[in-house]
Design a protein around this ligand. Structure first.
Ligand SMILES: Cc1ncc(C[n+]2csc(CCOP(=O)(O)OP(=O)(O)O)c2C)c(N)n1
Ligand code: SF4
Length: 250
């Protein structure tokens, strides 16, 4: 008799992930899949694929998937959820996708309190297109479009999305997490699960930001990139719960 020590969660395909070593996307994919499976929603989930490094989401999840134009996932998900209120609808978006070209989409979706869940990958850069500055690029951080480092006087200030969305009345649950360490991976999973449960209970819009790494475009080894997440990204993007109306909304 053989013992299974490790396997992919139900709902994830056997395809090999294409992500660079040390990229957070693969970790977050797995967390989403574990939560969906534990909630018994594998056959009831629809996830949007963004334009960005996670564009191949349809290869990795066995759920129904839909490709959205860059930044437009919240609008697409709104339509899907309104037509199929019993489905678990997730948008998975990078920071170029969500906080730049899609800023208006996420803002209005959150303000409307659409009963969907957004998983937001903040890696401080445009990964897929080769490392241009994102709305989340830290002051002083280098990108191909600010090679001496982001100068806030010229390039403007970064946007803290959790703080911004938590000023709106529509969201029910907003948390910022990271996957830089094993304890934080466990916390990230709890946050994603809680966000999905919010949706299953019909409470309203739920949002989880994951402070992530892009070793390739940061020009770092995977280990150094995780240190950068801890030492630079998290102090600027503090982890924690920004809004939780789950008790009141019951
Ligand atoms: C309408 C439109 N504008 C711009 C692009 C080019 N584009 C593709 S991916 C991308 C940035 C992706 O960065 P991000 O959303 O942060 O995701 P990551 O790759 O870092 O995961 C851009 C600007 C596009 N495909 N479509
Ligand atoms: S370029 Fe960055 S975001 Fe894209 S797969 Fe590689 S490490 Fe991940």
């Amino acid at each position: 008799m053989s013992t299974v020590l490790f396997q992919k969660p139900e709902g994830m395909s056997d395809r090999k992930l294409h992500y660079c070593p040390g990229c957070a996307h693969g970790i977050v994919h797995r967390l989403v899949a574990e939560c969906v499976a534990e909630l018994g929603q594998v056959d009831n989930t629809i996830i949007t694929a963004p334009v960005g490094c996670s564009v191949f989401i349809p290869n990795y999840f066995n759920y129904d998937t839909i490709h959205c134009a860059h930044g437009r996932a919240p609008a697409t998900a709104t339509g899907i959820k309104r037509v199929h209120p019993d489905k678990l609808v997730i948008t998975y978006q990078g920071d170029g996708d969500l906080a730049s070209i899609g800023a208006a989409e996420i803002l209005h979706c959150a303000a409307r309190g659409e009963k969907i869940t957004t998983v937001f990958i903040n890696n401080g850069i445009y990964g897929m297109t080769g490392g241009q500055m994102a709305p989340t690029t830290l002051p002083g951080m280098k990108a191909t479009t600010c090679q001496s480092g982001r100068d806030v006087k010229v390039n403007g200030n970064p946007i803290r999305v959790c703080e911004l969305l938590s000023t709106l009345d529509g969201p029910v649950y907003i948390e910022r997490v990271s996957v830089d360490s094993a304890p934080n991976v466990i916390k990230a999973k709890k946050a994603i699960k809680k966000a999905l449960e919010c949706q299953m209970k019909g409470l309203g819009f739920s949002f989880v930001e994951v402070v992530s790494s892009c070793p390739t475009n940061w020009g770092m080894t995977p280990v150094k990139a995780m240190e950068f997440v801890r030492e630079k990204m998290i102090p600027y993007y503090p982890l924690g719960v920004y809004k939780d109306l789950t008790e009141e909304a019951k």
